[in-house]
Design a protein around this ligand. Structure first.
Ligand code: GLU
Length: 590
């Protein structure tokens, strides 16, 4: 365990001078949560919160008002950003059980102000030892996604609880059990919000009996405003609090979990659970317009691909040259995305199993070579992977294209504390409600993360025992002159990467405020199929302009991503994407 004592250097002292002080004591009444998005309740409670909030002493931004408030209370009580993040994750398991929780995994990116370092707590799920390369094939063809994502074979060995335990031991200042308590209270009864109500209705078809018991009443999906009661989950959280997190990996919860997965046709055993341990990793680091970008390396494709897209675009001076809603801007964005996604599909996988040419992919000379393939006046009709190995020593690994998969949705949140510590944390059970499988009598949903593997074996991201599937999650922290100033992240499967890149672009290149950068419509352009998804407010004229160059747009628009972010300058500003009613809560000195 690492010493938690702060090392005070000049830089951190200067941050403390403007951030330090006694935490405000005002707390939001939990009963008032459903109305929090409207702002009045925040004001009435004397708390700076809403879609956008400011705070000199701390910040929590999450998709769930109740979870944001839980994190803010931990900060008010003197906990640090990691303590608050742990409490937020447990609370999200309860209020947003369709998106993340102890049955899933995630990436916590942590800037430690005292150490002046960025580290990752990596709780990505792993394939069990019994996983086989062809387990998603039938008669040589991929099993249809709807079928394979609800099968026990889709469930990865969950990492979130192990990650929270590691984060607490390494960086936390409060006992872990205290940080579980607020979630236990919420599990006794919390109000169903708009998004959860919609998702229960849409995903009812795949919920197992245990989950139906929780999310339906008299056979009807719970509606917005109804009370969600999760007594089994409350008991499970009590077990974790009282007996420790290992209970999920070695105790009665582990036994129930393995049995549930096996009943659903999977191979997971208690040995797989016992063996699981979240890892501590270094971030991938790049530069963009004079700022440092810290993000998630493989087994996520997120960091490398975000940094590649930004650097491909840096050569076009977008902000100076093209209107933020012009056809040429969207064209160049789509071109950069398609090239970056071609490399992603070819070269990225779990680095414990495949060599990923990380330096080559980010080498400025390689990026410049790739940039030559795109321009404002013509379409690169056939985006192919490049040869980043030529820019890096080492042998090329064998690779293949990633097979298309459905877009899922997870959740991203961010925390800052009075010491200047920052958290950028993307956390998931993969698809909404994961596999649809709840562990009976234990009340938590199991992920379907293993569908992030290619269904077809042989490539960088093929299934192998104990391997981690390729992610797109891109929790990111940016710094200038060594001083962190921005956190950003999003859910959305492979669209995460483009949401994060575009939000950064909109804020830094086009100078939009955090809220406007989030609201500014975005696109998603994979290399295959080469059809660009788009958000509603993209002007028709701009789409037509890009179409003239050969860009093909999807017939319908739709929301892409759900970005939560914060900025650290003289104090903090936080912003929550309103496509899912998120809430930023700022803390001030008293
Ligand atoms: N499983 C996805 C990934 O790791 C995250 C879930 C989602 O948002 O789709 O990239």
């Amino acid at each position: 365990m690492r010493d938690n004592d702060n090392q005070e250097d000049g830089r951190n002292l200067s941050r403390r001078r403007f951030l330090a002080g006694t935490a405000a004591t005002a707390a939001l009444p939990l009963a008032a949560q459903p109305a929090l998005g409207q702002g009045e309740v925040c004001e009435a409670a004397g708390v700076d919160c809403g879609a956008v909030a400011e705070g000199s002493n701390g910040m929590v931004v999450s998709v769930s008002p109740a979870a944001s408030e839980v994190g803010a209370q931990v900060l008010r009580d003197g906990g640090n950003a990691v303590d608050a993040a742990i409490a937020v994750q447990f609370a999200l398991n309860v209020t947003q059980p369709h998106s993340s929780g102890i049955g899933g995994g995630g990436f916590m990116l942590y800037y430690d102000a005292a150490e002046d370092s960025v580290e990752i707590v990596n709780s990505r799920e792993r394939a069990p030892a019994g996983a086989t390369p062809d387990m998603f094939l039938e008669d040589g063809d991929p099993i249809p996604f709807d079928e394979r994502h609800t099968h026990g074979n889709a469930v990865g060995v969950p990492g979130t609880a192990s990650g929270l335990r590691r984060a607490s031991a390494r960086y936390g200042s409060r006992p872990l059990d205290e940080l579980i308590d607020p979630a236990i209270d919420l599990a006794e009864g919390t109000e169903v919000d708009r998004v959860l109500a919609e998702e229960i209705e849409k995903n009812e078809w795949k919920l197992n009996d245990a989950a139906r018991e929780v999310f339906l009443r008299d056979g009807e999906a719970l509606a917005e405003g109804e009370t969600l009661e999760q007594p089994d989950l409350a008991d499970t959280l009590r077990l974790l609090r009282d007996r420790g997190i290992r209970e999920l990996y070695e105790g009665e919860i582990a036994e129930a979990l393995a049995e549930t997965v096996q009943d659903a046709g999977g191979s997971m055993t208690t040995e797989d659970l016992c063996r699981y341990k979240a890892t501590i990793n270094e971030p991938v680091q790049g530069c963009y317009r004079g700022a440092e970008v810290y993000s998630m390396p493989p087994p996520s494709s997120g960091g490398l691909t975000v940094i590649q897209i930004l650097n491909l675009l840096a050569g076009f001076d977008l902000g100076e040259t093209y209107d933020v809603r012009s056809g040429t801007k969207y064209h160049l964005l789509a071109e950069a995305m398609r090239l970056a996604y071609a490399d992603r599909g070819e070269y990225m996988g779990d680095p414990e199993f495949v060599d990923v040419p990380m330096e080559g992919l980010l080498d400025p000379a390689y990026v410049a070579e790739r940039r030559e393939l795109i321009g404002p006046d013509a379409l690169n009709g056939d985006p192919q992977p490049g040869d980043p190995w030529a820019y890096q020593s080492g042998d090329a690994a064998s690779m293949t294209q990633e097979t298309p998969r459905a877009l899922g949705h997870t959740t991203h949140f961010t925390v800052a504390d009075a010491e200047g510590n920052l958290i950028s944390y993307t956390t998931t059970i993969e698809q909404l409600f994961g596999s649809g499988i709840m562990v009976p009598e234990y009340g938590f949903m199991l992920n379907n993360e293993l569908t992030d593997f290619d269904a077809e074996p042989g490539g960088a991201n093929g299934v192998e025992p104990n391997k981690r599937p390729l992610s797109s999650m891109s929790p990111t922290i940016m710094a200038r002159d060594g001083e962190p100033f921005l956190t950003v992240g999003s859910p959305g499967g492979p669209t995460i990467i483009t949401s994060v890149a575009q939000t950064i672009l909109h804020h830094l290149e086009y100078g939009l405020s955090l809220a406007d950068a989030i609201d500014e419509p975005s696109i998603y352009a994979p290399e295959s199929p080469a059809i660009t998804l788009w958000e509603e407010s993209i002007p028709e004229a701009a789409r037509e302009e890009a179409a003239v160059l050969g860009n093909e747009w999807s017939d319908e628009s739709g929301p892409i991503g759900n970005v939560n972010m914060l900025r650290a300058d003289d104090g903090y500003e936080g912003a929550a994407d309103q496509t899912r009613d998120g809430l930023a809560v700022g803390l001030d000195e008293e």
